[in-house]
Design a binder for this molecule. Structure first.
Ligand SMILES: *[C@@H]1O[C@H](CO)[C@@H](O)[C@H](O)[C@H]1NC(C)=O
Ligand SMILES: *[C@@H]1O[C@H](CO)[C@@H](O)[C@H](O)[C@H]1NC(C)=O
Ligand SMILES: *[C@@H]1O[C@H](CO)[C@@H](O)[C@H](O)[C@H]1NC(C)=O
Length: 405
């Protein structure tokens, strides 16, 4: 008798857990599409690419709790938080150079006197999430704080106890140990805490993390660091595009954080930058000073239609489907049989760029309703077979095409 009741109780508990997980809305993705993720990384996060802010691109090491708090305030007051920019991510330089007597990481007294837990509480009270930074080697890249190599479980517990929601995990001072060894240790450590923590693998694309990252993290850097120049930004966009097939709900290619608003590119160039990141299903992590953000920058980062493409539930990364000298057509499928098309002019003169249906995955005789996501207008005509637009130098045109029957 006893032998049969125990399995029945177990079965009932399993069913209850499954019903609870189904109610939470993520069981289907993990059971059907991504079964292998369950072992290592079943944290239920990143159904769409993460959105938020990170301190590095603008402030590098010059951070403190005031900047972080005021940025959280600014994300709310500018309306960016409402548009989805929820993660407030502290990058390198937040901790003391040495651990405490028990081996715990300690917030830097001079710059984070109230501690990270207080900051997490503050950010959570605003409906936002707090991200932090660590390193899979002996010291972080700035060499001003300890890395987590050999301390993974302890540091994961510390992060969870503080209420951390996101970990960017860097690759410096790694002693030559393979990333495929180092990174999964942190994945397991985070899973063990029981707190869902988004894991961002910052491995710089060294060992092609797109090929193994989906079992280990929620995003993986495919490239070295971005900088605030057109050439570097486009170079990184190209590298990231190469791995398009590996992006999917739960795990995304990461071509690094946004430079929009930092001043090194023109408005049109920043629009190209933001558009490519959006169609590439890249994390949209703002990298400028949100406290002093301009209307122009807000107009780019706050474009709801472009954000909606990034957050589309189909979760397929767009690709470059045609290149003619400096003129490029990028395209990718969206939910509801729609297609996003980005025409990019990398040249120095204005030019007409044509997107052909056989390149962008539409049947040749399909007529489409065409919406321009930067002008916020619908085209009067309904093109069939191809569409052409004039695109200025270092600029783009972005469209969503919706087939009409
Ligand atoms: C905090 O950091 C910001 C940005 O680097 C700086 O402007 C500010 O003076 C710092 N505040 C304090 C109290 O150190
Ligand atoms: C940006 O990166 C490019 C290419 O790596 C490099 O040549 C350039 O000096 C960098 N610019 C800045 C401002 O760091
Ligand atoms: C575009 O399609 C039209 C028919 O809708 C065709 O007449 C025209 O030749 C095509 N243009 C290009 C550049 O393929």
């Amino acid at each position: 008798m006893a032998g049969s009741t125990i399995p029945t109780v177990k079965l009932m508990m399993m069913m209850m857990l499954m019903i609870m997980a189904a109610a939470a809305g993520d069981v289907r993705v993990y059971r059907k599409d991504l079964p292998e993720r369950r072992n290592l990384l079943a944290n239920g996060l990143a159904h769409t690419p993460p959105m938020g802010w990170n301190s590095w691109n603008h402030f590098s090491c010059n951070i403190n709790e005031t900047v972080i708090r005021e940025t959280a305030d600014a994300l709310v007051s500018t309306g960016l938080a409402k548009l989805g920019y929820k993660y407030v991510n502290i990058d390198d330089c937040w901790a003391e150079k040495t651990r405490d007597q028990q081996g715990n990481l300690v917030a830097r007294k001079s710059t984070f006197p109230s501690g990270i837990k207080a900051l997490a509480d503050y950010v959570h009270n605003k409906g936002l999430k707090l991200g932090i930074y660590g390193d899979s080697g002996t010291m972080t890249c700035s060499m001003t704080m300890p890395g987590s190599l050999g301390h993974e479980e302890q540091d994961a517990q510390t992060f969870a106890s503080w209420g951390i929601d996101y970990l960017k995990y860097d690759n410096c001072n790694n002693e030559g140990i393979k990333p495929t060894i180092r990174y999964p240790i942190m994945t397991r450590a985070l899973m063990k805490t029981g707190r869902p923590i988004f894991l961002s693998l910052c491995e710089w694309g060294d060992m092609h993390p797109a090929l193994w990252g989906s079992k280990v993290g929620n995003s993986w850097r495919t490239t070295g660091n971005i900088n605030d120049t057109w050439d570097r930004m486009m170079y990184i966009a190209d590298m990231n595009e190469y791995y398009a097939d590996y992006a999917r709900p739960g795990g995304w290619n990461d071509p690094d954080m946004l430079e929009v608003g930092n001043g090194g590119m023109t408005k049109d160039e920043y629009i190209v930058h933001f558009s490519i990141w959006a169609i590439s299903k890249a994390p949209l992590l703002i990298g400028c000073d949100v406290k002093t953000i301009t209307k122009e920058t807000l107009g780019i980062l706050g474009n709801k239609e472009v954000i909606a493409v990034n957050q589309d539930r189909l979760g397929v990364q767009a690709k470059k489907v045609r290149t003619e000298d400096d003129l490029e057509v990028w395209a990718g499928p969206l939910s509801k049989y729609r297609v996003v098309v980005l025409l990019v002019n990398r040249g120095l003169a204005s030019a007409r760029i044509t997107a052909h249906w056989d390149d962008i995955g539409l049947p040749p005789n399909t007529a489409v309703v065409t919406r321009d996501l930067w002008l916020h207008i619908k085209w009067r005509q309904r093109p069939t077979g191809n569409m052409t637009a004039m695109v200025a130098s270092h600029s783009c045109k972005m469209f969503v095409l919706k087939p009409v029957s």
